[in-house]
Design a protein around this ligand. Sequence first.
Ligand code: NAP
Length: 306
Amino acid sequence: MLNVLIIGSGCAGNTAAIYAARANLEPLVVEGPEAGGQLTLTTEVENFPGFPEGIMGPELVENMKKQAQRFGAIFKPGHVARVDLSERPFKVWIGGDMVETKTLIVAAGASARWLGLDSEQQLIGHGVSSCATCDGFFFRGQPVAVIGGGDSAMEEATFLTKFASEVSIIHRRSEFRASKIMLDRARANEKIDWIVNATVEDVFEPAQKAVSGLKLKSTVDGREWEHKTNALFLAIGHIPNTKVFRGQLDLDAQGYIVSHGGARTNVAGVFHAGDVQDKVYRQAITAAGAGCMAAIEAERFLEAEQ
Ligand code: NAP
C-alpha cells in the first residue's frame, strides 16, 4: 500500500516527488509515455530561477528526478492504463500491475499538438518549437513563423515580435478562433504578417539541423510555395493527458482537470499538479510550484486521516 502515487515525471510530478519523499511518504512516480515531460522537448531554459547561465531542459528535469531519488522516491517506467477512484485506497493499473495508494497526485501533463510531419518531428529543438516563451529568445533579429489561429497563436506571435525581425502567422482558415482583444492586438503589431488559408506541408531542412523555410499549400486553390523562415512555432493547441480519468475526475470541455481549490480535485485524496489542470500559464516554474502544493496537500490529507 502506497502513501502517495504520482502520475507523471515532468516538473510538476518530480517536484511533488521531492516534497513527498522529504516528508517520508516514500512516493512512487509513474514516469508516463513522455518521461520528463515537455522540458525534454526544449533546449536551453533561461527563465527557471536559480540558473543565471540557463540550463538545458532535459538536464533540469533529470536533476529534479535525482533530487527526489536522493530522498527515497521510486521512479517506475510505464504508463497508467486504468484507475479506480471510486473508493479508498485508490487502485491504479500500471501496465498489467495493479497498485493501491492512499493518495494520488495527477501530474500527467499536456502534450503539445503537432502537425505530425516527419521533418517537423526531426527539427524539434532545432528551430521547431511548441513554446515561444522558452525558445523565442534564440531567434533575435530573425524571421519566424507561428501556426494557429487561436489565442495561443496571437499571444505567442505578439511575444515573438520582441525578438524576431518579422513574425508570420500561418492559419488554415481566414476566420480566427482567437478572442477579439488578442486578435486586435496582433493585428495592430506592424511586425506581424498574415498568411491565411494555408497549411504547412513540409519543414526545410532536417539535414542541416536547422529551419530554413516551409512548404505551404493554399487551402483555396492548392497552390504550393516556399516561405523563408528560421523558426516554426506550433500554437495549434495542447491535449491534456486525462483520458484514463474520464468519468471519475471532473474535467472541463477540453479535458483539463477542474480544480476544486488549491490542488484538490472533486475526489478527496486525489490532487492535481501542473499542465494537466493549468491551461493558462504552462511554465516549468508554475508546474513545479503546483507539484509542491499537491504534495503538501497529500501530506496534510494523510495526517488528517490518521
Ligand atoms: P485553440 O483555441 O484550440 O486554437 C487552436 C488553433 O490551431 C485553431 O486556430 C486551429 O484552427 C488550429 N489548428 C488546430 N489543429 C491544426 C492543424 N492540425 N493544422 C493547422 N492548424 C491547426 O488553442 P489555443 O490557442 O492553444 O487556446 C486554448 C485555450 O486556451 C483557449 O480557450 C484559449 O482562449 C485559451 N488561451 C487563453 C490565453 C489568454 O487569454 N491569455 C492565451 C492562450 C490560450 P481552426 O481554428 O481552423 O480549428
